[in-house]
Design a protein. Structure first.
Length: 89
C-alpha cells in the first residue's frame, strides 16, 4: 500500500475503521440493492358496468377475493367495496 498514492478519502476511511475498532462501534449499514417491489395489482374496474357487476356479486354474498379473481379487478378495491357494504367505512 506504500506504493499507491493515498487520497484524502482513503485516509478518512482508514481513520474511521480504526476509530470503530477502538470504540467497538458497529459498522455503518451497507448500501445494498433496493427491496423488490410487489407484483402489480389488478386494475380497478375500468368500466362502470364491471363495477356494477362486481358490486352485485358482493351483495349476493360472494367474497371479495372470489369477485376479484372472477372479474380480474383489484382485490383491495373489492375489499373496500365489501367493507362499505358492511358499513365498515
Amino acid at each position: 500500500m506504500a506504493d499507491e498514492p493515498q487520497t484524502a478519502r482513503d485516509r478518512a476511511l482508514a481513520r474511521a475503521r480504526a476509530t470503530r475498532r477502538e470504540t467497538g462501534a458497529e459498522p455503518p449499514p451497507r448500501r445494498g440493492r433496493p427491496m423488490g417491489t410487489r407484483p402489480p395489482a389488478d386494475a380497478p374496474p375500468v368500466d362502470d358496468r364491471v363495477a356494477t357487476l362486481a358490486t352485485r356479486y358482493l351483495v349476493d354474498g360472494y367474497s371479495a377475493d372470489e369477485v376479484a379473481e372472477r372479474l380480474g379487478v383489484d382485490r383491495r378495491w373489492c375489499r373496500g367495496i365489501a367493507a362499505r357494504l358492511r358499513g365498515g367505512r
